[in-house]
Design a protein around this ligand. Structure first.
Ligand SMILES: C[S@@+](CC[C@H](N)C(=O)[O-])C[C@H]1O[C@@H](n2cnc3c(N)ncnc32)[C@H](O)[C@@H]1O
Ligand code: SF4
Length: 427
């Protein structure tokens, strides 16, 4: 049964401790990222992440790195992003996948297309994923994205007008019904359309969630991502004031309802992502790429056991790029053990920790290297072994969802630390 119990509480406090300890980053002296590992370049196993930190309006609950859109700043930003991409090319990297995250990546469609075209000319890109919102689904925009974007992820959050009003999205993006119509017209234009929903808004009942899920079942998007509301430090008090207090028991109940309702029409891709049974599978990038290169303000890179974070200041970002430096300003090197623990969490979040894969990627015997972790997870009923791999139980799926949530909240702490130092002219 899925509920907040001893193991979820224990693991979440361990996660909180670990993210506080491990996501404490030092200032970096680097002017550039390190060169790639040639074997990984050959295998195309790095992912390219690009960040577009602009939105037309800012949502109160959102803890992602974003600034209010200003055309001149955004245009300059895209130019610098392309310069940083060229620096990555000069270091010798190659990629088959690019993930463009935001903000609202499609806020300047022409600039986005120009940047994606450059990525395709520099690297062996085969899959492009971008995040967008319901206001950027016009047919002409999607036609422009055809052949350039394979997966477009649209933030919907809920179709419930009461919730949309409380989170300030009703006025910005329209009612649930209007959003449904925009999505209905958009599905099928690009290969994959993903819808993001958030669950466990304060006072969200099972009936309210049931309506959201029914709408999704009739809409049939290719993919659905259901995030639990993350009350990160930067947005905690705003969420409390505008919507109310987050209830974790309700989170567990609503998550069980999601798994149950979606099981007939969707295949799980991870604890929170689902692919519609009739659609092509598009892998979860967080799960499949253990090393990634991030470009743009506030992006993260993980290379050779070190996490690098780019500056969150738009002004510093522009200055660094103009002077031939990359955006990285902070870093942290991790022990092999810490890397393995992180990978175990991510792989189980993705539905499977494979013993052979661990051997191939990290040269370790998973069961020996993480004996204590595996034993605890098995004894507490969160994972089970079948053939050569470990899989989460239903209860385990919830555990890995809440661990990933804690990890995102930890990342938000890094953002908060960095953004707290920003002055008016940095934004
Ligand atoms: C970076 S946003 C980009 C989406 C797009 N800008 C929009 O709002 O339509 C990606 C997704 O993160 C999720 N998200 C943002 N803040 C969140 C929070 N505090 N808790 C849970 N999910 C959140 C939302 O589902 C959102 O669609
Ligand atoms: S949810 Fe989307 S539109 Fe709202 S602030 Fe976050 S990134 Fe921007």
């Amino acid at each position: 049964m899925i509920r907040q119990n001893f193991s979820t509480l224990l693991v979440n406090s361990v996660m909180r401790y670990a993210t506080e300890k491990y996501l404490h980053l030092q200032l970096s002296e680097c002017t550039t990222l390190p060169k790639p590992n040639p074997k990984k370049v050959q295998d195309k196993s790095y992912l390219l992440y690009m960040h577009i930190p602009f939105c037309a309006t800012l949502c109160t609950y959102c803890s992602f790195n974003r600034f209010l859109f200003q055309e001149d700043k955004a245009k300059l930003y895209f130019e610098n992003l392309r310069k940083e991409m060229q620096m990555v090319k000069n270091l010798g990297y190659d990629f088959s996948e690019v993930y463009v995250g935001g903000g609202t990546t499609s806020i300047m469609p022409d600039e986005l297309c120009k940047t994606l075209d450059l990525a395709k000319s520099l690297f062996s890109i085969q899959q492009v994923s971008c995040e967008s919102d319901p206001n950027h689904l016009q047919r002409e925009v999607l036609e422009q994205f055809k052949g350039r974007i394979d997966r477009l992820s649209v933030g919907v959050q809920s179709f419930d007008d009461g919730i949309l009003k409380k989170i300030g999205r009703y006025e910005k993006f329209g009612s649930g019904e209007e959003t449904y119509k925009k999505l209905e017209a958009a599905i099928g234009i690009l290969p994959i359309l993903n819808v993001d929903l958030i669950f466990n808004f304060p006072n969200q009942t099972q009936e309210m969630l049931a309506k959201d899920l029914e709408i999704i079942r009739s809409l049939k998007p290719n993919q659905l991502t259901t995030y639990p509301l993350m009350s990160s430090p930067s947005v905690k008090s705003l969420i409390k004031r505008s919507i109310g207090e987050v209830d974790l028991q309700n989170e567990a109940r609503l998550y069980a309802q999601i798994l149950e309702t979606l099981s007939s029409d969707f295949i799980p891709l991870s604890s929170w992502a689902f692919s519609h049974k009739g659609s092509e599978i598009f892998d979860e990038y967080v799960v499949n790429n253990d090393e990634y290169v991030g470009i743009g303000s506030g992006s993260f890179s993980f290379i050779g056991g070190t996490l690098y974070v780019n500056t969150f200041s738009l002004k510093t970002y522009a200055q660094r790029i103009q002077s031939g430096k990359m955006g990285v300003v902070r870093e942290r090197k991790y022990s092999k053990k810490a890397q393995l623990q992180y990978r175990l969490m991510v792989e189980l979040f993705g539905g499977e920790a494979n013993i052979e894969r661990f051997w191939t990627l990290y040269g370790v015997n998973l069961e020996k290297a993480l004996f204590k972790e595996i034993t605890f997870l098995c004894l507490s009923g969160n994972i089970f072994k079948k053939n050569n791999a470990y899989y989460p139980t239903q209860k385990g799926k919830y555990l890995f969802l809440s661990m990933m949530k804690e990890f995102y909240i930890g990342m938000d702490r890094v953002r908060e630390e960095s953004r707290a130092m920003l002055k008016e002219e940095d934004m």
